[in-house]
Design a protein around this ligand. Structure first.
Ligand SMILES: Nc1ncnc2c1ncn2[C@@H]1O[C@H](COP(=O)(O)OP(=O)(O)O)[C@@H](O)[C@H]1O
Ligand SMILES: [Mg+2]
Length: 572
């Protein structure tokens, strides 16, 4: 049977009534046969379309799923309006500033499901939970995760087909998404995760609406609200279990990453006294690339070329900056400069790095101990272990503790190339932080470090820039100083080359045997290639890597192509 919208349902009922009436009326006069003929045989339903399932007018009540409520669409001045697709769901966002509110509202509009379809969805959902019969444990088991999603999807698909045999593919995919988001995911928060304009999604408790940090507008209140504290906890718990972490009264703080790469933190009441919280740091689906950063002004092609030189010739580099200044993103964007024939080991607390596919890369991630205090794997364990894995390059997500810092600098000292991030606002602060507690390492070790990049986030303008790029100079007293090579000028929003390199370039020269002239040419060529990639809009890290990989095997070919302004696709 097909029941789609209330209207169709009512229509069908009415027809049935008519038939019954007719039956009564005709039964006396006519034989059964003719009655049968009078029964309206509904034509086979045409292929159901989007419009049949979703009414165009949107209403608060029509959005399926109750875990996160959609509140009234506010009225006010529209600041921005855009649409995107989350898996199969079309989502429309209107950012409005109602006169009575202090912050603009991020107003999400979702397709509305007709009453009839909703009944079917509820039924299918109930059936498959009882039939597929996965235990809760299995749903939350990380290894079973994919399998369970699949099993749910398959049986839901089948049931939908039974109920709505003529459902078109697009609509079916959408219904499945809506249902699976609610059953296995973060409900409507999944739609927020798909909005590339958002950097952060936070739940402060179940009383306030969900807040988001928008790339253009900063903090915004949404029209979404999690139903109750228990539900906030359940989302956090789901994430924790999938990442083999824990969150409960004994461990009320949790840091983990979602299977899709987002980083998530949660705290429980009464530690967070207004309620259970969640903070989801979004991970751009496509990681930022060095071309993106040249394009949005984070770095100049000159700086990027210098970084490339440093990466190629195995210099040790630290990316520093404040919270969310873009340290990890820059570190990640630098990785295509690594030669494809080098073995790279990365070590992180939460998995954020995503290196290009073609690199020889082994990512390692720490693990917290279980409640009995067993099974924990620390950053230090991984660093010590990584040294036994014959790495050429070691990437460390963030230096936080003394032991790690010590091992890291020892690794540099023993000839490994190391890249890491560190929380510090200036180059000088990098030095101070490294030699004072908690990191507290001997300043003599610091001379193994070659370069420091300082990232900076201008909160008011919402921009990020490489504030300074300095090389590290060892002094005869066993201390270090910095020589700033590039600096960002806020007044012109431009990068100035401040000084010539007196350590890194000479060291590269020694390393490579290139003459002064050749070295300058090489730096210039790299800058040309990068400008060429920018001009031709080669943005994806994998594509950039392809060009750089080719450069490593046949530099002249790439340099000439860049100089001649050929199409990059024609070369690689
Ligand atoms: N140069 C940049 N331009 C614009 N957005 C950026 C830039 N670098 C990072 N971001 C965004 O800023 C947020 C924080 O970036 P991240 O690299 O994780 O910062 P950090 O490691 O300093 O905490 C992310 O949402 C990221 O997409
Ligand atoms: Mg970071």
């Amino acid at each position: 049977m097909i029941m789609v919208t209330v209207e169709e349902l009512q229509e069908a009922l009415k027809e049935l009534e008519d038939v019954k009436k007719g039956l009564k009326g005709k039964a006396k006069k006519a034989p059964a046969k003719t009655v049968k003929k009078a029964l309206p045989i509904k034509p086979m339903p045409r292929v159901l379309k989007w419009e049949d399932i979703f009414s165009k007018q949107e209403a608060d009540t029509g959005v399926p799923g109750t875990e996160i409520m959609v509140m009234h669409h506010p009225q006010g001045k529209v600041l921005q309006e855009y649409s995107y697709t989350a898996k199969s769901t079309p989502v429309r966002i209107v950012i409005v500033k109602p006169p009575t509110e202090y912050t603009p509202i991020y107003d999400m509009h979702l397709p509305t499901v007709g009453e009839g379809t909703r009944i079917i969805m509820d039924e299918v959902r109930e059936e498959i939970t009882s039939k597929v019969g996965v235990g809760l444990q299995e749903v939350l088991d990380i290894k079973a995760g994919g399998r369970v999603d699949d099993r749910y999807r398959k049986s839901a698909e089948k049931r939908f087909k039974d109920y709505l045999p003529k459902l078109d593919e697009k609509t079916e995919a959408l219904l499945l998404d809506l249902m699976l988001n609610d059953m296995l995911g973060l409900g409507k928060m999944e739609f927020l995760l798909s909005d590339d304009s958002l950097e952060e999604i936070v739940v402060n408790n179940s009383v306030e609406p969900i807040w988001v940090y928008h790339k253009m507008h900063g903090w915004l209140k949404t029209n979404l609200k999690v139903r109750d504290e228990k539900q906030v906890y359940e989302y956090a718990d789901g994430i924790a279990r999938r990442a083999e972490r824990q969150i409960n009264t004994l461990n009320p703080l949790m840091d983990a990453h979602l299977t899709t790469g987002e980083r998530s933190n949660a705290t429980l009441f009464p530690i967070s006294s207004k309620g259970n919280t969640m903070t989801v740091r979004k991970f751009a689906r496509e990681p930022w690339s060095i071309v993106d950063f040249m394009d949005n002004g984070t770095v100049s092609p000159g700086i990027a070329a210098f970084i490339w030189m440093g990466m190629q010739y195995e210099m040790n580099i630290l990316v520093s900056g404040g919270t969310a200044s873009g340290k990890t993103s820059l570190l990640n964007a630098m990785t295509p400069f690594l030669p494809p024939n080098h073995r790279i080991i990365s070590i992180e607390d939460t998995k954020e790095l995503r290196l290009p596919n073609y690199l020889h890369w082994v990512p390692l991630v720490t693990r917290q101990p279980n409640p009995e205090g067993k099974g924990g794997v620390t950053m230090l364990d991984l660093m010590v272990n990584s040294l036994r894995m014959r790495p050429d390059r070691i990437i460390v997500g963030e230096i936080r503790r003394h032991n790690e810092a010590e091992v890291l600098f020892e690794a540099m000292h023993t000839g490994h190339s190391v890249y890491a991030t560190l929380h510090a606002n200036t180059a000088e602060e990098v030095r101070r932080r490294l030699i004072t507690p908690p990191l507290d390492i001997s300043e003599t070790l610091l001379e193994s470090l070659h370069m420091v990049l300082v990232q900076f986030r201008h909160r008011r303008l919402g921009i990020r820039r490489t504030l300074e790029f300095a090389e590290v100079l060892p002094t005869s007293e066993g201390t270090i100083s910095f020589r700033t090579l590039f600096r960002w000028r806020p007044t012109e929003d431009a990068f100035m080359m401040v000084k010539d390199s007196i350590r890194v370039m000479p060291e590269i020269q020694l390393f490579s045997g290139l003459s002064d002239r050749e070295l300058k040419d090489e730096l210039g060529n790299k800058q040309k290639i990068l400008e060429w990639l920018l001009k031709n809009n080669v943005r994806r890290t994998d594509d950039i890597g392809l060009v750089i990989g080719r450069y490593y095997t046949s530099p002249d070919e790439i340099v000439n192509a860049a100089k001649a302004g050929k199409k990059p696709e024609a070369v690689v």
